[in-house]
Design a protein around this ligand. Sequence first.
Ligand SMILES: [Zn+2]
Ligand SMILES: [Zn+2]
Length: 358
Amino acid sequence: MKAAVLYAPNQPLVIENIELDEPQADEVLIKTAATGVCHSDLHFMEGKWMCPMPVVLGHESAGVVEKVGSAVTNVKPGDRVVVAFVQSCGACDNCITGRPNLCSNGQSLNRMGRVKLNGQPLPQFAGMSAFCEYQLVSNKACVRVPDGVPMEVAALVGCSVMTGVGAVTNTVKLQVGQTVAVVGCGGVGLNIIQGAKLAGASRIIAVDLVESKLAAAKEFGATDVVDASSGDAVAQVTGMTGGGVDYAFEAIGLMKTAQQCFAMAKRGGQAVVVGMLPLMEELTLPAAGISFLGEKGIVGSYYGSTRQTYDMPWLMELYRQKRLKIDELISRRYELGQINEAYDALKGGEVNRSVIMF
Ligand SMILES: [Zn+2]
Ligand SMILES: [Zn+2]
């Protein structure tokens, strides 16, 4: 089966034939239908985050169940599913207290050696390696897709929509009337914006350097836009709000923008880091903002604090009711053989989201 293989950072992906094992008792073989071209994969391609290589990336995906292992009861062949990139065990402290995205056993569920390239075992990235025609995944990663939801839409629910909307509704539980800033208006940022709109934010200030992204931000619900190329973004946001916002979301993955978000939060407000900050660096913040003068906070948001089997169905229901824009996120569709072109377009800031269609 064809897959896009990354051999080393900063090299183009190579289309190769890989082999998948037969499903074990708790596994599901999925025929991939659509996989999103997410910026998180790019962090690994550019060597900013590390994983064993060679590797097949891809973690924003939906497909059709082809085969199931003997113990699988939640899905059956022919079911259309989103593949979530956490496979919570359901038994650890975080799972039983409602934080399955932080499952302590999640990593061990990412099986090694089930996928091979020329007889050599490959790691399964995010438990799925979705830039491949088929995926062998844990049954716990599968969330059924209802009728009326196209596969490329379901794929985006599997990462960018969940990550963005969930950061607002799950991680910080925004209250009606609160104010937000969103720094970075790509695939995830636009979903933070529409999540804030759904949750009833009174001001949604979109910040970006690219005019077309600010225009998209308005379509997704931003009430105000700040062009960070035309002067200090922090001064503009704090000036517009009389001192800052309740929540400033970082959706790029840069130290500088994380610091800017902390500065954009008002006294008692929070910076919410959704982007993947560089793995080995330290983030410094002004102490006065956190201590008694400011009572400000900074929090990370991983995968929209997802409880995937609960959250992904309601996200897809809101899409069906046309209350969540997902079709509009998809700028381009590519075939697997065009994947390098798709990532070049992402690097160039040309697209909200592209999808590889299988
Ligand atoms: Zn992603
Ligand atoms: Zn767990």
